[in-house]
Write a protein that binds this ligand. Sequence first.
Ligand code: THU
Length: 160
Amino acid sequence: MKDKTLQIAIKVYDFSELPAEDQSLLHMAKEATYRSYAPYSHFSVGAAALLENGETVSGSNQENAAYPSGICAERTTLFYANSRYPDQAVTTLAIAARNERGEFLPTPIPPCGACRQVMLETEARARRPMRILLYGTAEVYELQGVSSLLPLSFSASAMQ
Ligand code: THU
């Protein structure tokens, strides 16, 4: 037996420390939370993607009375980005969320497992790391790539 340890790296910033481009992408993600459709969870999530060509797209969680038919903000955004600009890498994905009282939370909300898996494939097909910015009012997390969110991941290469 031997132990194997996988480490992830997160940089933690004050919002004001971030470059203007990151602040503006986080602002888009925050704005997208107001277009969320979340009558069941009352949890409003927004995401904004910056693409290689400088375009940005944003999206929000869209719920459904048949609960599993709903979809998270991250997947709404990445699927749209990849549909609209299939040849453009997503260079940064920003994510923000508001709770049922309509407040942004001090600490970032980590994305769900299904969204991490979709982020992984988005990154893999573009063959370049996708930065992730997770918004909180007290601190913003920056991850340099999806492997920091999903270590020991399953991808197409595992099937070869
Ligand atoms: N949600 C997201 O949009 N992104 C996540 O990463 C976590 C959860 C949504 C799904 C659902 O509409 C609501 O938040 C509560 O789970």
